[in-house]
Design a protein around this ligand. Sequence first.
Ligand code: PLP
Ligand code: SF4
Length: 354
Amino acid sequence: MSNWSFQLSKSIRNLKDLPKNYLLKKSELDFFKDKNKYNSFPFCVTPYYFSLADPSDSNDPIRKQFLPDKREFIIKNYEAADPLSEKKHEASPRLIHQYKNRVLLRVTDICAVYCRHCYRRYMHSDKNHSITEAEADMAVRYIKNNSNIAEVLLSGGDPLVLGDKKIINLVRRIRSIRKDLLIRLCSRAPVVIPQRITFSLIGKLKEYKPLWFVTQFNHPTEISRLSAKAVSIIVNSGIPVLNQTVLLKGINDNISTLSGLFSRLTRLQVKPYYLFQGDLAMGTSHFRVPLEAGLALYRELCRTISTVALPVYSLDLPDGGGKIQLSESFIKGKEGGWFLIKDLDGKLFRYPAE
Ligand SMILES: *Cc1c(COP(=O)(O)O)cnc(C)c1O
Ligand code: SF4
């Protein structure tokens, strides 16, 4: 068994899979008591990612990303199952065409670790958990017939939970559409299951350039010996690596954590490209940093780190408004408990201030 399939087969999915003496807070325990009542987002963590957390610290930044909490059952009236209205932009099953020149293919619904802050937490396909041949055919046909499309993002779930053959087959089919299509592979594998980044997989992937890799490091503790090695395998193969970080309350919402994270990533030759303000996904309010605090943090970051290390602070606007850079110039004011944000076309969107 390969190291990565071992990680998947030994995943922790239930209370009983946790070590016997593992101490849970009441709000964590309450999640497990009530999870069936609420049709909750599944719990699953690899032994590797679990091992990064200090079991004696209930505030550990890794623990909070993988361990559920009953606060996930709190649903604000402005939160949604599909906060970015991706369904509205679905061009064919699993293919989201929101921006004119790029499409996003949701290759699978499955992840190695379910991040509690995930905005696709309730986006599951009705039938299959991963893309079928028929769905891949439809996506390929759509991209072929649409010459505006210059870039294809492979996302999920996490595409790298699939086996090498399936991944390479899909990448080969996309490459055969046009040789200058940019392929962007989005995966949290380097962070949560670095064993998945093998010389063999990356050796095959690099045949399909131009290809970029996008991952999600949210905290410096996630940069372990193994995750640094995984990143170096990708970078050394000539595939550039970008990182998107989600701004998370109580996890990374302070200047020393963020500046440390971004500086260390650049030393690994990973370019921090997005810092995301929390999306309005159902049951994630305990992770959201108030926008005002986020803007203040970002101002401080701009003063602290080099531009190579500085990501773009961004928000994926509610109701499918798309991504927008969060800078004071887009914020048109405050009304009641809401910020008014104007997009590039002058359209107004509302985002809660709390
Ligand atoms: C984020 C996203 C993209 C890529 O946008 P970039 O700003 O180029 O990173 C493409 N399609 C969808 C649906 C997205 O959410
Ligand atoms: S790996 Fe990505 S898609 Fe999967 S749970 Fe984490 S954030 Fe969501």
